[in-house]
Design a protein around this ligand. Structure first.
Ligand SMILES: *Cc1c(COP(=O)(O)O)cnc(C)c1O
Length: 399
């Protein structure tokens, strides 16, 4: 009997009941705008900012409209100007180079290793070309942050971290997003907390946060923020900083607060699923798993494996055969992006030199989401299906 999987790879969990109740409360109040507060009220958005700052250990957190907006705001707050070059990953998701392009700056792509992290040798070579690195922890893979921080020191780089897939993760005990000057997060439906759209920016830096608050559209109501730099810092920047509206609203914040309280437990549940799939795939001929470094505490909300040096036809066959059995894999390396774009040569507004070592890795990356609506039995079944289909195509090739 051939097993098939019936679940949906895009079905997230429902919003927790206390989040729904809090959202109803906000709707009944009519005060959805973050600055629309009753006398003495702090507001859901400001409370969420305080809680997220406390969660990450940052002095300041700003809740915004999306992860992409958080990154663009970080770049603007650092004074990145049109024509400036900004280093970023060759393997990431489209909103990352898109944030750079949105401020008129030019992405300089840094290669990817077989461990799916930024190639630090390539970064060392290119570090002289730019002063800012927008580092994407793509699909939750954290590079050697000790070495990265040493490189930052030596080369005078300013680091912004894209933590869309590392909310709740850490490196040697330091939360992801807290190594760089600024950390950016997304609360879009497919990330670790779900408000449909949304995001955060965190930093300890007074000026960066004051600028980010004004940029986000504070209408000089920055006094109503959950975490905010001293008044004199705003006084220095408020006339010079444009308003580029991208605020979060109280409705989304109300949905997110109960999710933040559960985030660590959710991360454990993701990793249980991740390890179940990983165990099921271990030892599959022709399939390379990504071994995670010891200092990395990751969040396994998706899993990747490599079909390194396989022909395009053979990889496409694996994807097709798995899909027939209900297992939806994304071939990040596919020449034509479908439903996502994740490799540097898809972003033709930012031409770069070819990177043959990275191209070899990119071509073989296969990705799969692990929504928490999957049970551990589901995960074991999915792994059996992938193992069987990869094995079958591998044998065909050998024959
Ligand atoms: C989702 C995502 C973002 C930000 O996404 P938004 O949809 O703008 O919230 C940034 N980086 C990566 C790697 C992502 O996957």
């Amino acid at each position: 009997m051939t097993e098939t999987f019936k679940g949906s790879f895009t079905q997230q969990e429902p919003i927790p009941e206390d989040g729904i109740a809090a959202a109803l409360e906000v709707m009944r109040s009519g005060r959805l705008h973050r600055y629309n507060l009753a006398a003495g009220e702090t507001g859901e958005t400001a409370l969420l900012e305080r809680e997220f700052a406390a969660y990450t250990g940052a002095r300041y957190a700003l809740a915004v409209a999306s992860g992409g907006y958080a990154m663009a705001t970080a770049l603007r707050a650092l004074g990145v100007k049109p024509g400036d070059r900004v280093l970023t990953n060759a393997f990431t998701l489209a909103p990352v180079p898109g944030a750079i392009a949105s401020v008129g700056a030019v992405p300089v792509f840094v290669g990817v290793t077989e461990d799916l992290v930024v190639d630090l040798d390539d970064l060392a070579e290119k570090a002289g070309e730019a002063s800012v690195l927008l580092l994407s922890h793509m699909r939750g893979h954290i590079c050697d942050m000790d070495r990265l921080m040493a490189l930052r020191e030596a080369r005078g780089l300013t680091v912004i971290e894209d933590c869309a897939h590392t909310m709740g993760a850490s490196w040697r005990g330091t939360p992801s997003g807290r190594h760089g000057l600024i950390g950016c997060y997304s609360t879009q439906t497919y990330k670790h907390m779900n408000s449909g759209e949304g995001g955060f920016l965190v930093t300890d830096d007074d000026e960066v946060m004051a600028r980010a608050v004004i940029l986000s559209g504070s209408y000089m109501l920055y006094g109503r923020h959950g975490t905010r730099p001293p008044e004199e810092v705003f006084a220095r920047v408020k006339y010079e900083t444009p308003n580029v509206s991208g605020r979060m609203d109280n409705l989304r914040a109300a949905i997110l607060r109960p999710q933040l309280a559960r985030l660590d437990a959710q991360c454990v549940a993701w990793n249980d699923r991740y390890r179940t799939v990983e165990d099921g795939l271990r030892g599959t001929p022709g399939l390379r798993l990504v071994e995670r470094p010891e200092p990395e505490r990751y969040v396994g909300s998706s899993i990747q494996f490599l079909l390194l040096d396989w022909s395009d036809g053979a990889i496409a066959e694996v994807i097709d055969r798995c899909l027939v059995r209900g297992v939806e894999l994304k071939w990040f390396g596919g020449a034509e992006p479908t439903g996502f774009t994740s490799r540097y040569d898809s972003w033709r507004y930012a031409p770069g030199e070819r990177m043959p070592k990275s191209d070899r890795v990119l071509k073989g990356i296969v990705d799969m989401r692990l929504p928490l609506t999957f049970s551990l039995d589901d995960c074991a079944l999915i792994a059996r299906i992938i193992r069987a289909e990869v094995g079958a195509v591998w044998q065909e090739q050998a024959a």
